[in-house]
Design a protein around this ligand. Structure first.
Ligand code: ZN
Length: 325
């Protein structure tokens, strides 16, 4: 069973729900970044959240970024998704190991620490939408639920999980988001509250072979007059969008002086994509060509006012240029 997201609504339109299986996506992230089990859990949960939230975007070209910054040993998590649940991400410190929590679980909350969570949506408008919340637990699922409630004013239940073997193999990953629409009445809320406390962890259900639709049906089972209709099934995968051409544009955006430094001091430049761990090498000859392009850009900029700095900062997020040593 490949990774996918199922979307559903209740017939009366009082609730909408999403469930995802993201096992292969998270396994690919763990492979690319050589993640410790706890780093896999943190990045896996965030990748799953972003994949589900990408299905709430309205336009094909919209993108979504989740940034978690905490004072724990993991440092932070960054995940980006396009509107088709092509997700990519990284954690600042992929090789964090911590003792299991008292209930025998990976201590994600301790690895993340205290801090905040940002959701940035690029909806093709002049300014991106930015939602900001303080972390309530660092377990990620609860933090995303809090984000929905406080930034988007949508009461939501969020469950995100990864089931990882002691050796670090991703056995299952996925999650669900259930959102109450303004018409939802009290009866539904109390039913769901009770039900969500009773059901097993989402990663266990997936490991046992339940599909995302099975999980949604299971959650709503037993609620009278609350028939669930699956409206969409769409794929999800780990996919980076970097390329040599993209990296060239990032170097050009650094400006003439910076490129000149790379030529003189480093005799080349290595550009590293944090999302897929690909390293691109640019030698002096290529840098000379890019410097000329940067010169042309600079001349143009004299006549046209642009907010280049901002654009460059945005473009280079997730990429870094290393010195050649
Ligand atoms: Zn990449």
């Amino acid at each position: 069973m490949k990774d996918y997201i199922a979307r559903a609504v209740t017939v009366g339109g009082q609730v909408r729900a999403f469930a995802a299986k993201t096992t292969d996506t998270v396994a690919e992230a763990a492979r690319i970044h050589n993640l410790s089990p706890i780093a896999s859990a943190a990045l896996g949960r965030t990748l799953t959240a972003a994949a589900i939230m990408s299905k709430m975007l309205k336009s094909e070209k919209d993108t979504l970024t989740i940034q978690i910054k905490g004072d724990g040993p993991l440092g932070g998590v960054v995940v980006v998704s396009d509107a088709h649940a092509n997700v990519r991400g990284y954690v600042h410190n992929p090789d964090v190991y911590l003792p299991l929590s008292s209930d025998g679980k990976l201590n994600v909350s301790q690895a993340i620490g205290r801090g905040y969570l940002n959701v940035i949506k690029d909806l093709g408008l002049k300014e991106p939408y930015i939602g900001y919340v303080k972390l309530v637990s660092g377990e990620i699922g609860e933090d995303i639920a809090y984000y929905f409630a406080s930034s988007e004013q949508i009461p939501s239940a969020v469950s995100l999980g990864t089931y990882i073997s002691p050796e670090g193999k991703i056995l299952s990953a996925g999650g669900f988001v259930i959102q109450l629409l303004p018409e939802a009445d009290e009866k539904i809320i109390s039913f769901l509250e009770k039900k969500l406390q009773e059901i097993p962890p989402v990663s266990n259900m997936l490991y046992e072979g339940k599909t995302p639709e099975d999980i949604l049906k299971y959650i709503f089972e037993g609620m009278k007059d609350l028939e669930l209709k699956i409206t969409e099934k769409s794929p999800c995968k780990y996919k980076c969008n970097c390329s040599r051409e993209r990296m060239e544009r990032n170097i050009v955006a650094l400006g003439v002086e910076e490129i000149q430094d790379m030529i003189e001091e480093q005799e080349g430049a290595e550009v590293h994509c944090h999302f897929c761990n690909t390293r691109y090498w640019f030698d002096v000859k290529e840098l000379e060509r890019l410097k000329n392009e940067a010169l042309a850009v600079k001349d143009e900029a004299k006549t046209i006012e642009t907010n280049e700095e901002e654009a460059a900062a945005k473009k280079t997020e997730g990429e870094s240029i290393k010195k050649n040593q």
